[in-house]
Design a protein. Structure first.
Length: 681
């Protein structure tokens, strides 16, 4: 039994610590010293250690972090977490206003709200019964990563809301950021430890949120600022401004200096005012967000495929500085793209020290007329990515020299290819070390070889420690090789060894997708497997034979011919076969294929069949399962929480099926009956 005195003291300490957290991290108005706060915190820790039942999920002690995770679980958003379209000047902002008025059939001023656009990581916080139950990253807008344990450590995120004021279910959306001061402290600590510095506060914040060890996140001094909610609870608010007021009342910090404005001219003036004062804010800003204030009008405007029609991001002009271009080096990316990178005399651009910048491709170097040794103008594109704008021609003294793109890959020494019609040269080597980590991660994914336990961190260790120098090395690994690795106890090593053994024999379609040949996606890989049946037949196919396969165009055909003609790739595959690895030929369907030539697209959740199962079933009947809607789509199957694909299908006048209609149609086809008639929408 827990003594009443201990229970009462723990509750009192918890209330006080939550209150002082809010005062310090949300209101910037601390009332007690750090020493007093720390003393109360240690007292609560001691009480919870003595009586573990007192340590609830919303205890202030949960801010310190939890043991490391092996991976993040997927987290589906109840309502898509969309991106915003960008505008860069007043003319484009007025065009946005004109579109809004035309869509709504209005004439005159629209009421907007302006908010500084924080440069951080977008997340969604889910509350149930007033308690914080889940935190997720944006991901692709529909499915993010569950980073709840990490977000619990962010002290400006309330772990519990006033149940009398909070809706029973609430999803709060906002940005996780790092102040300029905290970023400077972090990089100073990194430098003192001899570790790599972070490029900017956004990268530092995003990296902290995506740490598998939440104790690392807890040390990063992150801040959460709310900018909206998912679905607005009925009767809760009528405007965006009211939403933010209610979030503040619940204890959330919101974007500073937000303002209601009447008409787009006032919105533009607000954005220009914020841009002039951007350096006075404690956080990095990369623009302003202008939103239609009325939630009813937002609902009428709706959204396009990737962005709402009722909001736009007004991007600030990029920062610029001048410095010396010391050299241009060729850098190989994880996909084999070889790009010229400028090595610069370090210069501060917008509060960040820049020593390297992108030059995009050799054609861009020539177009800009940049020479090694030039003084050049540097800017941070979108205030994040450094790039070379132009040379200062008047500063030349004759010692400058042109850049020559290498004809051999600087990472592996293999030949460099320049695909027809493309600006970026590439190395297509299967085992090129610069591409190896990316290839291995892709090779292990669920839709490829599905090697459970082979995540990004482990791939990094295997490559960095020299255990894996090519794809074939994966299948030479033993438990003894794996056990000494970080976070790899005997049980984990055994599980991974068994997963590798199970992946040693794989279907042709999965293998083709796993190879990561450029332009060959999952659907194309399966189509190639069905058409050719064996890897040997595919390897020997010319462009003409490849173009006879549905969904294979000239780019895919050229990419495949080039990949299999490369002697390095043939040698790498031969070494893979030597490990006992085997590829099963595609099974040619012997039964009827009544859906030959049809294309299905699935959107939303299916309650009876999983998405992968549904795709496999339609493909077995001869149809193609596509990930995107086009005029060639035959049917769009609409499940729960369907997104923009259903909207696009309606715009194109395509046939839509409910899940029940699809299942009836599937049963009929698998019984060789004709498809049911479906009414056009």
């Amino acid at each position: 039994m827990i003594p009443d005195s201990a229970r009462q003291r723990a509750a009192e300490l918890s209330r006080e610590l939550h209150r002082h957290n809010h005062l310090y991290h949300v209101l910037d108005a601390p009332e007690v010293s750090d020493a007093a706060y720390d003393a109360w915190f240690r007292e609560l820790l001691a009480l919870e250690a003595a009586h573990p039942e007192l340590a609830g999920p919303d205890s202030p002690t949960q801010r310190v972090g939890a043991p490391p995770l092996e991976a993040f679980a997927p987290a589906e958003h109840g309502q898509p977490l969309l991106s915003l379209e960008n505008v860069t000047d007043g003319a484009e902002l007025r065009e946005f206003d004109a579109r809004v008025q035309k869509f709504l059939g209005l004439e005159g001023r629209v009421a907007y709200v302006g908010e500084p656009k924080l440069d951080g990581l977008a997340v969604a916080l889910t509350y149930g019964g007033g308690r914080f139950v889940r935190g997720a990253t944006r991901g692709d807008g529909r499915v993010g990563e569950d980073v709840t344990a990490n977000l619990r450590t962010v002290r400006s995120i309330p772990l519990a809301l006033d149940p009398a004021a909070a809706p029973a279910a609430l999803e709060v959306r906002g940005e996780v950021v790092m102040t300029r001061a905290d970023f400077a402290r972090l990089n100073k600590d990194q430098e003192e430890r001899g570790e790599a510095l972070f490029a900017n506060p956004r990268n530092a914040a995003a990296g902290a949120v995506r740490q598998l060890d939440s104790r690392v996140t807890a040390r990063r001094r992150l801040t959460f600022l709310a900018y909206g909610v998912g679905r607005v609870p009925p009767g809760w608010a009528a405007t965006q401004s009211e939403v933010l007021d209610r979030l503040e009342a619940l204890g959330f910090r919101t974007s500073p200096e937000r303002r209601q404005v009447a008409g787009i001219e006032a919105a533009e003036a607000y954005c220009q005012e914020v841009e002039e004062r951007r350096d006075r804010y404690p956080f990095e800003l990369d623009g302003c967000v202008v939103k239609v204030d009325s939630l009813a009008l937002q609902d009428q405007l709706g959204a396009k495929a990737r962005a709402p029609r009722w909001a736009v991001a007004y991007k600030f002009a990029p920062r610029q500085a001048t410095t010396r271009l010391l050299d241009i080096v060729a850098s190989v990316g994880r996909t084999g793209a070889i790009t010229p990178v400028a090595v610069l005399a370090p210069v501060e651009v917008g509060g960040v020290t820049v020593a390297r910048a992108t030059l995009h491709n050799p054609g861009e170097v020539a177009r800009k007329g940049v020479l090694i040794g030039d003084r050049v103008v540097i800017q941070r594109a979108g205030d994040v990515i450094p790039e070379v704008v132009e040379p200062v021609v008047a500063a030349r003294d004759g010692t400058e020299r042109p850049f020559v793109m290498p004809d051999r890959c600087p990472a592996c020494g293999g030949p460099v290819e320049q695909p027809e019609g493309e600006a970026v040269p590439r190395c297509a080597g299967l085992d090129c070390p610069a591409q190896l980590k990316g290839r291995l991660r892709h090779f292990a994914t669920r839709r490829a070889l599905d090697i459970e336990g082979l995540g990004a961190k482990l791939v990094d260790q295997l490559v960095d420690q020299g255990l894996v120098r090519e794809v074939a090395d994966l299948f030479r690994l033993t438990e003894a090789d794996l056990v000494p690795l970080e976070r790899m106890a005997e049980k984990s090593a055994g599980n991974l060894a068994r997963a590798l053994a199970a992946a040693r024999t794989v279907d042709l379609g999965r293998f083709l997708y796993g190879l990561g040949v450029r332009h060959v996606g999952e659907a194309t890989a399966q189509a190639l497997a069905r058409h050719f049946g064996t890897l040997a037949a595919l390897q020997e196919a010319g462009e003409g034979a490849l173009l006879a396969v549905p969904d294979v165009g000239p780019e895919v055909a050229r990419s495949l011919v080039s990949f299999f003609a490369d002697e390095r790739n043939r040698a790498g595959l031969a070494r893979l076969w030597a490990t006992g690895f085997a590829v099963r030929g595609a099974e040619r369907p012997a039964g009827p294929r009544p859906w030959e030539g049809m294309t299905f697209v699935f959107t939303g959740g299916l309650s009876t069949l999983g998405r992968d199962d549904a795709k496999a079933r339609v493909e077995a009947l001869g149809a193609r399962a596509s990930g995107s809607v086009s005029k060639k789509t035959t049917y769009v199957v609409v499940g729960a929480e369907a997104g923009s694909k259903a909207d696009k299908a309606r715009e194109l006048g395509l046939a839509l099926l409910t899940e029940e209609e699809f299942l009836t149609m599937l049963a009929g086809a698998e019984g060789a009956s004709p498809p049911i008639a479906v009414e056009e929408p």
